[in-house]
Write a protein that binds this ligand. Sequence first.
Ligand code: MLT
Length: 263
Amino acid sequence: MKIQMYGWSISYDTAGEGVPLLFIHGYPLSRKIWEPQASGLAAYARVILPDLRGHGDSDATPGPYSMDLLAEDCASLLNNLGITQPVVVCGLSMGGYIALAFYRKFAERISGLILTATRAGADSPEGKANRDKAIALAKSSGAGAIADSMLPKMFAPSTYADQPNLVEHVRGMMAGTSVEGIVGALQAMKDRPDSTPLLPTITKPVLIIHGSDDQLIPLSEAQMMQKTIVGAELVIIERAGHLLNMEQPGAFNQAIRQFIRRC
Ligand code: MLT
């Protein structure tokens, strides 16, 4: 489905009824990463799956993007869907950076926060330099080159070896992202603020889910967030990497089902 925003259109899916559960995908992906959650959780919640600006079937707009802008897009989608009650917000990786921005801007709209395969800190100087290299690669060689450079690190080594169809599915998603969207997201990640000072101020229930074999964002980042957010729960999913929700959907969905009962 599509909704017209100011000068561009956002694509999204919804499934199920009940507690609103907003899933925010990572970079350079799309709402399709949440297919196992749409099918596994629609009996328990109203699942809302947007494609971020410049990703999936949503239109790309010229940059610069920011985490705040992408969080505002998610809030506008909820407004357009008439969802005024608090929602559980689940963000994966860059989606987690956006979920933290959403909390900063709209804490009253959140009933629970799920931070998965993500981190609170800003980019290091080396990380920022790598964003510039990726921007140059996207502009010179396109989304396929970005997909090839990232793909092996998106999964646990065991998933990469054993699930070639899943790997190919994700490659297609990445290669289908617009260069404008890729550059916008890279710039937004490079400039994102450090959310570490926010963590001890969070007063909503928080679930952190991380893959034991995440090669992009180490497990220690999740452990640090759990120590800093009062009452946060950490679920570690074994034999799962950065895309743990697709690699081990049963364990991932079970953790979410238990959490939404708490919210
Ligand atoms: C993501 O998976 O969303 C990104 O790779 C996160 C990042 O590059 O910081």
